[in-house]
Design a protein around this ligand. Structure first.
Ligand code: GAL
Length: 368
């Protein structure tokens, strides 16, 4: 049951009074505000470093798109909280003090940050929730369809178990951080596929998404269920899939069960090639990050018609209703999908994936 209602296209037709105030001479509302041109500063707050996507893709893509959209004059002020919610609150306060024009916020703790979001709003700085739905008076939200991520993962578990799948098949769930609303949606999406079809024999919510925490949880699950009785492992992302594999190997498991992941991290793609991880979820970072940059720049420049066109979906957070949003699609990355996803989108080259260690496995699936 998707909680997200898709709004009617009519929202593009809404020209707000504020928008009228910044119409340029041609009156089409498509040019920069006379008061805010290309000299914009976008504050970017990302949540962690253990997962490589943030430093490797999200930040550089947003930076270069902001530059493209502003004749190379726009700047991005970037801070990464390293999974520390208190640190992120301080970083947000710093951006208010620095008087950035707008903030893109990927919250470590979506609930705890609400007070800071309100402070930014009071200081006249709009906040766009990036990837994770922060609470408080945000102006917009951009993310992937996170429930779909979970559904894709859950379906993959069933696909891997095959036609003999049985309600007694024991599946371990290693879910993401309880302070991240996405983790809850991933879990819900996965359960909508798995409930009634397999036995969820153990389930964990993993503090800070940390691979070492996932490893400890998996070690606990192995001692509870028995190393030879685990049919599959639902790991919510690739970093944690790595921790799960370490625990299984340490317990002496030689034939790994199907394990899921998410993010298409390079080492996870290599594990998929080698058959150590069944799948990952491919999320097009350029699609999400470029749309976020566009939303931020158009908002600051007062291009309301373009901003409305970019945010046609509507979502509710625990504190706010009908938040203008954009949700980007995702797909499963299994062995046969590597070419059509990470390679065709230019995320990795065949050379990066197929290093000496993976040459033979790559050749076996036609990657060269
Ligand atoms: C989620 C995000 C995932 C992954 C995870 C761990 O919120 O959507 O892509 O990065 O956090 O950081």
């Amino acid at each position: 049951m998707r909680r997200i209602a898709i709004s009617v296209a009519a929202s593009t037709m809404t020209l707000s009074l504020a928008g009228c105030g910044v119409l340029n001479a041609t009156g089409d509302g498509a040019s920069a505000s006379p008061t805010k041109g290309d000299d914009v500063t976008i504050g970017l707050l990302l949540p962690e470093k253990a997962n490589t996507r943030y430093d490797k893709f999200d930040y550089p893509i947003i930076k270069s798109k902001v530059s493209d959209l502003t004749n190379k004059r726009g700047k991005v002020e970037y801070a990464n909280a390293n999974a520390d919610a208190a640190r992120q609150a301080g970083q947000l306060q710093q951006m208010i003090d620095d008087k950035v024009d707008i903030i893109l916020l990927d919250a470590v703790d979506s609930h705890a940050i609400a007070g800071e979001v309100k402070k930014a709003k009071d200081a006249g700085i709009p906040v766009i929730a990036y990837d994770r739905l922060a609470e408080g008076p945000i102006d917009a939200y951009i993310s992937f369809d996170n429930e779909l991520v979970g559904e894709v993962q859950g379906r993959s578990v069933l696909e891997a178990l095959g036609s003999n799948v049985d309600t007694s098949d024991k599946v371990v769930m290693v879910n993401g951080s309880p302070t991240d609303p996405n983790a809850k949606q991933f879990k819900q999406g996965a359960l909508s596929e798995l409930n009634g079809k397999v036995d969820i024999a153990a389930s964990f919510d993993t503090k800070d998404w940390k691979p070492e925490n996932a490893q400890a949880e998996m070690t606990e699950a192995i001692s509870k269920i028995g190393k030879n009785n685990i049919a599959a492992v639902y790991a919510a992302n690739d970093g944690m899939a790595g921790g799960v594999i370490k625990a299984l190997e340490a317990a002496g498991v030689t034939k790994l069960p199907p394990i899921t992941g998410q993010d298409s991290e390079l080492d996870a793609v290599q594990r998929v090639v080698a058959g150590e991880q069944y799948m990952s979820v491919y999320k097009s970072y350029p699609d999400e990050a470029e749309a976020a940059a566009q939303m931020a720049v158009t908002k600051v420049q007062g291009k309301d018609i373009q901003f409305d066109a970019l945010t046609q979906d509507k979502v509710d957070s625990p504190t706010d209703k009908d938040i203008p949003s954009k949700l980007v699609q995702v797909s499963a990355l299994t062995k046969s999908k590597i070419k059509d996803t990470v390679i065709s989108d230019g995320i990795y080259t065949v050379g990066e994936i197929c290093t000496a260690k993976y040459k033979a496995a790559c050749a076996a699936i036609g990657l060269r």
